[in-house]
Design a protein around this ligand. Structure first.
Ligand code: AHG
Ligand code: MN
Ligand code: MN
Ligand code: MN
Length: 320
């Protein structure tokens, strides 16, 4: 079995991109080690601050953000970073080749119940030597040079793409390195499993209500098959399940706050997960557009997300 560094060195990934991936994933191993200590390290609970998203930060949101931030800013190939937990972009080296956007800890509400969380990252290539600005980050997701996540579950796993398919790695805790455990990933076009927070049903638009009503009508309904439901409450866990055994994940628009087009963040969640899902043969859309085509207007922009099995995404979006 190949280690991550062997895998990267044997492919066409540039040395500078290998460096970004190596710094990011090494830091995720440190986050994984910190998570394993849990309460013993005094890292659970609230940080007592609100982030720019208007969310109460957990201590681990702040700790994991600071770990990634300091490791990436120290790397000479990094031009700048953007994070869910930072108000603004943070510039690093003017001749750095890469911009990195990340969700340092996805699934914050799972931390204190010892359930699944992860780190999601999105990497863009940047030419020139100008100091970085927010505008540099405002590129459609189809420009991503690489995207992936580290899932802190029963085992710690790394899943990423550089645009040539998706592969999965598992952390060998004895050696402290990721080892490739699945070289290819394919999301089946059809599914009988969906993921959506059903408690929001009354806030959805009419087409989403009809679509989910038809799903749960089962064999007797218009879909003529039974559907199972799962909700990890961490996108990283739901997307990982879809990459492992298929399915559709939806975080739709709702009218709890009609000014927001969705809950999930385009740059830290939808784009990287969209690239992974597409690279595995699935689809990733808002209610109307391919996610990777969206021209971002701000680094913290939110979007509705419908992703996973290609035919099921088509069916969901056909409800008008
Ligand atoms: P984050 O913890 O980074 O703020 O993201 C949480 C997101 C996403 O991971 C998950 O799918 C969703 O919020 C869960 O939302 P609900 O609380 O509505 O279940
Ligand atoms: Mn958050
Ligand atoms: Mn998140
Ligand atoms: Mn987060």
């Amino acid at each position: 079995m190949q280690s991550l560094s062997q895998f990267l060195a044997s492919g066409s990934t540039s040395e500078s991109l290998q460096e970004v991936l190596s710094v990011t994933t090494q830091t995720c191993i440190e986050i994984s080690n910190a998570l394993k200590k849990g309460s013993l390290a005094g890292i659970l609970g609230m940080a007592g601050n609100e982030n720019v998203q208007g969310e109460e930060q957990k201590k681990l949101d702040v700790i994991s953000n600071n770990m990634l931030k300091s490791a990436l800013l120290a790397s000479p190939v990094v031009r700048a970073i953007a994070s869910e937990e930072e108000d603004d972009i943070v510039p690093a080296h003017t001749d750095g080749e890469y911009l990195i956007a990340f969700d340092p800890l996805d699934g914050s509400s799972n931390i204190d119940i010892n359930s699944m969380v992860g780190t999601i990252f999105s990497i863009y290539h940047q030419t020139g030597t100008a100091p970085a600005t927010e505008a540099d980050f405002l590129q459609p997701g189809k420009n991503q040079a690489a995207a992936g996540y580290v899932l802190y579950g029963p085992s710690t796993m790394l899943v990423f793409t550089t645009g040539n398919g998706v592969s999965m790695f598992t952390l060998d805790v004895d050696k402290g390195e990721f080892v490739q455990t699945q070289p290819t990933v394919e999301v089946p076009k059809d599914t009988q499993e969906f993921a959506i927070n059903m408690s929001n049903q009354r806030f959805w638009a009419a087409p989403m209500q009809s679509y989910v009503t038809d799903l749960i009508s089962g064999k007797e309904g218009p879909r003529e098959k039974n559907f199972n439901m799962r909700w990890v409450a961490a996108m990283v866990g739901d997307v990982h399940r879809i990459l492992c055994r298929g399915g559709i994940f939806i975080y739709p628009w709702d009218n709890k706050d009609p000014s927001k087009p969705g809950k999930l963040r385009l740059m830290y969640e939808a784009n990287p997960m969209g690239m992974l899902i597409e690279q595995a043969g699935g689809k990733a859309f808002t209610h109307t557009d391919r996610i990777l085509d969206i021209q971002p207007e701000g680094i913290h922009q939110r979007v509705a997300v419908v992703l996973g099995a290609a035919n099921e995404v088509d069916t969901c979006l056909s409800y008008k």
